[in-house]
Write a protein that binds this ligand. Structure first.
Ligand SMILES: *[C@@H]1O[C@H](CO)[C@@H](O)[C@H](O)[C@H]1NC(C)=O
Ligand SMILES: *[C@@H]1O[C@H](CO)[C@@H](O)[C@H](O)[C@H]1NC(C)=O
Ligand SMILES: *[C@@H]1O[C@H](CO)[C@@H](O)[C@H](O)[C@H]1NC(C)=O
Length: 974
């Protein structure tokens, strides 16, 4: 019994232990489960919206994670091609898409309801809404490592909960609004906010007096007025046509296809043409159309787009934001919806500035799953895109009184100014390279640091090895000591050690052992991370030129409007921010010293263009040039004109005139009367003594010019030999032909003979086919004939006939005419039938072009060396500068130039429903081939400038208005 009792005790004890263990393990599971639940508050949201991503497959190359492929994306509902409703009601059919909107940004109450009207989960009630009017919310959660995309959860207040408070929509809510058909933008957590007190404020005070821009026009004569108004009517009619085409075939879409009459949505599908054209409609007095468009503007939902994963920030700002603000301004600040919409859009775009250095992200991944992570500006940011946000945000700040909009762009200006002033910051003083590193991280220094860390890690490893070695040595020593004093302890220690637990049981040596472990952990924390991932991998730096081998400097695309905005910002801020003046003057100095050139062309036009310079080494020591003539660069005349007036630099106005005249000239000399998109021209050595040297031009266009004479001589030689060869071949062929003819006749005769025989044959039973072969009579041709066709043809008595035919053929072949008569060459299908021995006619040597023929084939106006892109895509820059020059100088020559351009453009581009970009301005065809594209700037800019050129000078006077780079007029401070 005592034995059993002992066992019972043991059993009870064992049971308790097992029960406890079970409990513990259950708890751990529970805890794990809890943690998982907890942790996914954020991650959950990353996953949930995925089935909703709904981007259509044509955009699948966009930044879609691998998970996107798992959930077959529902095709995005393309915007219905709605005909413009006859009677607009403010409440449009509330589709799921339109009824879900970003909040009005007005009351915090509304925001509390959650974005898009969705009920907020109860747990977040006490929290401040992420979307607050006015200043941004300062984060209450300190984020330790903003460099990590996922690892930023905080135990007390998981970041995900703040970020995704109302996403995904509660499953319990079954109302249609709760299951949105599209993903919507959500205001993300702001990682790098600017505290209210540190915002850069709009300059205040009385606007400075700025010299007058416009010419002092005197009253015009009745005849001049009549002519002008007749032109105005024509221009308005074309604008009306283009608008009607858009209204009829692409209402609510970005663009109309002017030939195929369909919609096209390259700019997120927020009705780019509609928004872009608003102020044009107003200026041209198309009030009815304006009001109708206004109703459509109300329905635009900037918080979603089925067309793109990224919002192109620059285009969105100049077209949409500029369009809304400009329309609000020109319509006398009466239509509040325009300003509201502008702010709605701006609120979304403000997130692009949430980077460590506040430089904007230029292609904004707006979908929540991409948007909720910390961002950094690109290491290759286009200068134009970076520098052309100023006017739109400045005007918005002025109209709303919210300094955050001004702050956002003032920091870019400051960064550009710093780079412009920095010694050696750019290769050409005052001018920026095409792309800048705006990431704010010094890659060179980061690489250096990585190398240092690797070295450090190596040293640590060495040190660790040394420590391990030391441990082993001591262990051995200890073992030896233990062996000297025998006992249980020795065995125990020995046994444990074999199980790998030696460190734990070691007595006095513990410190050394733990030191080794500690070192191991410390080292792993120092493992270098992939470049640019961790924040401490970013060694801050200001804006930077990319440097070695990649810097190009020009006033053309990707750079243009950054410079354009310096003088315009100065004007818009009433001259109260002197930075813009000094930045403009520096730029102009750089352009004059490095880029301007006079072209060398037929007729010696006294005009100027701006070249593109390349710096191989980040300095101006070894610049190379491309003497380009590009449509985009044509804005420069207007910029020099405006800057020259407001900063009182008459020389700049003169340069502006010659720049504007250059583009007008480039229009004039093309066969269609329109300048190409991109070309190159021969430069003059001197701007003063400049005469077109045709030889020099010919050499440039045709580097083989001198080789061509030798080629021609060679060709003549080859040609003579070829003629002989042809004569010989033809003679041979004629003989063979005669032989063939004779042979054919033989055959014919034999056939006839043959055919007679079987017809006379007695019965089919005796025919050879029936005897041995399976052949049957076919088309009444006796089988015997079929078998004999390839048999030996007997000599016939046709010698005389043969001789005659051969002689005639030979004679013909001998004559040169015959040799060159390609009809005399036998058609190809006959060749294979010829007997062996037939000669082929050798191919004629290709005649090389003469220098003149080559030049003609290039379709270049003498002076132009290449035309890389022969399109005209309805761009405005040339007429823009012509308009500036007219308003600045008052010289009617600009109106005449503009009218010529107008006639050419309309002739070449008009379609049934609007106007289309064309492929080739150098064609002589009456109707150049169309590209079927009518970008929104056609109505926003090109037609507006043409119209304003013939409108009274006080309509959009440059002394009252300043136009953004998309021709949207903003009111200047009085
Ligand atoms: C980047 O770091 C390198 C090396 O530390 C330094 O020489 C260079 O001046 C830095 N560049 C900028 C723009 O700060
Ligand atoms: C034209 O250019 C060629 C080639 O550069 C040169 O040889 C010739 O002298 C030039 N002619 C004139 C009139 O300058
Ligand atoms: C049959 O052959 C004889 C000579 O053998 C000829 O006269 C006659 O015309 C032939 N008949 C036919 C149908 O060809």
């Amino acid at each position: 019994m005592p034995r059993l009792r002992r066992y019972r005790v043991f059993l009870i004890f064992a049971f308790i232990v097992i029960a406890l263990l079970y409990h513990v393990s259950k708890n751990t599971q529970w805890e794990r489960f809890q943690m998982a639940e907890h942790g996914t508050t954020g991650a959950h949201s990353h996953h949930k919206p995925k089935p909703e991503t709904g981007h259509d497959s044509s955009h699948s190359h966009d930044a879609a994670g691998p998970d996107h492929q798992v959930d077959k994306p529902r095709p995005a509902p393309p915007k219905p091609n709605l005909p413009p409703p006859k009677q607009h009601t403010t409440t449009a059919p509330a589709s799921a898409e339109t009824s879900i909107k970003i909040p009005k940004l007005k009351s915090t109450d509304e925001a509390h309801k959650g974005a898009y009207g969705l009920p907020k989960p109860a747990t977040t009630k006490s929290r401040k809404p992420p979307f607050v009017d006015g200043a941004f919310e300062t984060p209450s959660v300190p984020i330790k490592k903003p460099g990590h995309g996922t690892g930023h959860h905080d135990d007390e207040k998981p970041l995900g909960e703040t970020l995704y408070a109302d996403w995904p929509p509660k499953q319990t809510d079954t109302s249609p609004a709760a299951t949105p058909s599209a993903i919507h933008w959500r205001k993300p957590y702001e990682y790098y906010p600017i505290p209210e007190e540190k915002l850069i404020m709009l300059p205040t005070g009385r606007p400075k007096s700025i010299p007058k821009v416009q010419f002092d026009f005197s009253p015009e004569s009745p005849a001049a007025k009549e002519k002008r108004q007749a032109r105005l009517i024509k221009i308005k009619a074309e604008a009306k046509k283009a608008w009607t085409g858009y209204r009829t075939y692409a209402w609510g879409h970005d663009e109309v296809r002017p030939v195929s009459k369909g919609p096209h949505d390259p700019f997120c599908g927020w009705a780019a043409t509609l928004v872009d054209a608003l102020d044009t409609l107003w200026i041209m007095g198309m009030k009815k159309e304006f009001e109708e468009a206004l109703e459509a503007v109300k329905e635009i939902d900037f918080s979603t787009t089925p067309y793109r994963n990224d919002i192109p920030v620059f285009e969105t700002i100049i077209r949409y934001l500029g369009g809304l603000v400009g329309a609000y301004d020109v319509s006398g600040e009466k239509y509040k919806v325009l300003l509201d919409k502008a702010e709605e859009l701006a609120e979304i775009l403000m997130s692009v500035f949430d980077t460590p250095n506040r430089m904007p992200v230029l292609y904004y991944q707006w979908r929540p799953q991409d948007n909720e992570v910390p961002k950094r500006a690109s290491a290759s940011s286009g200068v134009a895109e970076l520098g052309s946000m100023g006017m739109e945000f400045t005007r918005l700040a002025q109209l709303t009184g919210k300094n955050k909009y001004y702050d956002a762009i003032a920091r870019i200006t400051d960064a550009l100014e710093e780079l412009q002033t920095r010694e050696g910051g750019t290769a050409i003083p005052g001018v920026f390279p095409q792309n800048l590193d705006a990431s704010g991280c010094n890659q060179t220094a980061a690489a250096e640091r990585r190398r240092e860390r690797e070295e450090e890690a190596r040293l640590r490893e060495e040190e660790e090895r040394r420590v391990d070695e030391e441990i082993r040595r001591r262990e051995e020593e200890e073992d030896r000591a233990a062996a000297a004093a025998p006992g249980h302890q020795h065995r125990d220690a020995e046994g444990l050690k074999t199980e790998g637990l030696a460190f734990e049981v070691r007595g006095e040596d513990g410190s050394a052992a733990h030191g080794g472990l500690a070192k191991r952990f410390e080292m792993s924390a120092f493992r270098p991370s992939p470049p640019g991932m961790m924040d401490d991998d970013c060694i801050p730096q200001p804006l930077k030129a990319p440097g070695y081998g990649s810097d190009s400097y020009s006033m053309g695309g990707s750079q243009d409007s950054a410079y354009e905005y310096f003088p315009k910002q100065y004007v818009l801020l009433g001259g109260l921010e002197p930075k813009y003046r000094s930045m403009h003057l520096k730029t102009v100095e750089g352009v004059k010293n490095y880029l301007l050139f006079r072209p060398q062309a037929k007729g010696d036009p006294d005009v100027l263009f701006s070249a593109k310079a390349f710096s191989p080494d980040g300095t101006d020591k070894a610049l190379t040039y491309e003497y380009e003539v590009t449509h985009l660069t044509c804005f420069l005349g207007g910029m020099f004109g405006l800057g020259g007036k407001i900063f009182d630099k008459p020389e700049d106005v003169e340069i502006g005139k010659r720049l504007a005249a250059g583009c007008a000239w480039a229009y004039e000399v093309m066969p269609t009367g329109i300048m190409p998109e991109y070309a190159q021209i021969l430069p003059c050595d001197s701007a003063v003594h400049c005469h077109f040297n045709e030889t020099q031009w010919g050499l440039k266009v045709d580097p083989y010019m001198t080789d061509r004479e030798r080629q021609m001589e060679e060709y003549e030689k080859n040609m003579a030999k070829w003629r002989e060869d042809v004569v010989e071949a033809k003679r041979k062929n004629a003989l063979a032909e005669a032989e063939e003819k004779r042979r054919a006749e033989e055959e014919e005769r034999a056939k006839e003979e043959e055919s007679r025989r079987p017809m006379n044959a007695t019965t089919p039973e005796t025919s050879p086919s029936h005897a041995g072969h399976d052949l049957k009579e076919k088309d009444n041709v006796p089988v015997g004939t079929l078998l004999e066709r390839r048999g030996v043809i007997q000599e016939g008595d046709a010698r005389g006939e043969y001789r005659g035919a051969a002689k005639a053929a030979e004679e013909k072949a001998r004559s040169v005419e015959g040799a060159l008569d390609f009809n005399a060459v036998p058609p190809r299908n006959e060749v294979w039938q010829r007997p062996l021995g037939q000669s082929f006619i050798p191919p004629e040597p290709v005649k090389p072009l003469t220098h003149k023929e080559y030049l003609d084939s290039q379709k270049l106006y003498p002076g132009f060396t290449t035309i890389t892109d022969r399109r005209y895509i309805l761009r405005p820059e040339a007429i823009e500068s012509v308009w500036y020059m007219y308003r600045i100088t008052g010289d009617p020559i600009w109106q005449d130039r503009g009218w010529k351009m107008w006639q050419a453009v309309i002739r070449a581009t008009q379609t049934e429903i609007g106007h289309s970009a064309i492929f080739d301005v150098t064609t002589n065809e009456k109707h150049p081939a169309e590209t079927d594209s009518m970008e929104s700037f056609w109505l926003a800019e090109t037609l507006k400038y043409f119209y304003l050129l013939f409108e009274e000078p006080d309509v959009i006077s440059l002394d009252e208005w300043v136009l953004n780079t998309e021709a949207h007029p903003f009111r200047r401070p009085k």
